[in-house]
Write a protein that binds this ligand. Structure first.
Ligand SMILES: Nc1ncnc2c1ncn2[C@@H]1O[C@H](COP(=O)(O)OP(=O)(O)OP(=O)(O)O)[C@@H](O)[C@H]1O
Ligand SMILES: [Mg+2]
Length: 223
């Protein structure tokens, strides 16, 4: 499904030597697989997730999504591929605060047109148990509920891959566990590929496979 070969990400700084954030990372992720990316703060986890989600570009190497090389795609091609392939979940939920849960979940569908989207939004909110909170704005929801809205938004357009960056990082342990359980269940049900960045070994054990980033170098297997 996703195939990164010898990818590097280097950031030039205004002074001093450039920062080598990812150094020759190769990673193949099969369709339907679940993978945890562990690593210390600053090891490059979010950067890797940004590359996988076509939010960021590599400096060298190759990245194929569903067999299609993404290096050299135009911004528009890349945005289209991103929109149809990926759903994103972030630590700080990243909901639009002035919009209701319904409007937030609707967002990934808006550029598509069609008439089935309304029902898709209702179904997605129903799956995360928030059908009765559709018209609440984020500040009228608990943290766990906000992350459930974000999960509904990530899944509403039937993406092939969910990329989650510390999805339970803003939640207390019990809520975090419940949210993770829900995400894993929904992803499995939909046959979706899941990549979760986390510091938390308890989350990592729930994934089929674990890799670790150490200073921008990827290690396969549990640390
Ligand atoms: N745009 C940027 N400009 C300068 N440095 C950057 C930029 N993006 C990332 N970095 C640096 O690259 C390194 C890796 O960052 P990244 O956000 O990928 O780490 P992380 O593993 O996700 O950390 P955390 O667990 O704290 O979220 C960090 O040292 C960071 O300061
Ligand atoms: Mg990060």
């Amino acid at each position: 499904m996703l195939e990164l070969v010898d990818a590097t990400k280097t950031i030039s700084l205004p002074f001093g030597s450039p920062l080598h954030v990812l150094r020759g990372v190769s990673l193949q992720i099969a369709a339907g697989e679940s993978l945890a990316v562990l690593g210390r703060s600053g090891s490059g986890k979010s950067t890797l997730l940004g590359l996988l989600g076509l939010i960021d570009t590599l400096n060298s190497g190759s990245y194929k999504v569903d067999g299609r090389e993404t290096v050299g795609l135009s911004d528009k091609e890349s945005a289209n591929l991103r929109g149809t392939t990926f759903g994103f979940v972030y630590q700080r939920f990243c909901l639009m605060n002035h919009l209701s849960a319904f409007r937030n979940v609707e967002a990934p569908l808006l550029h598509r047109g069609g008439i089935a989207w309304r029902q898709a939004v209702i179904n997605a909110l129903d799956k995360v148990g928030l059908a009765d909170r559709a018209w609440h704005k984020p500040d009228q929801l608990s943290g766990g509920e906000q992350q459930r809205v974000a999960i509904a938004r990530a899944l509403v357009h039937n993406p092939k891959v969910i990329l989650a960056d510390e999805p339970t990082g803003s939640l207390d342990v019990a809520t975090g566990r419940a949210v993770l359980d829900l995400m894993v269940e929904l992803v499995r049900e939909a046959g979706v590929t899941l990549v979760v960045v986390t510091h938390d070994p308890q989350i990592a054990v729930r994934m089929e496979r674990v890799v670790e980033l150490v200073d921008g170098v990827l290690m396969e297997g549990r640390p």
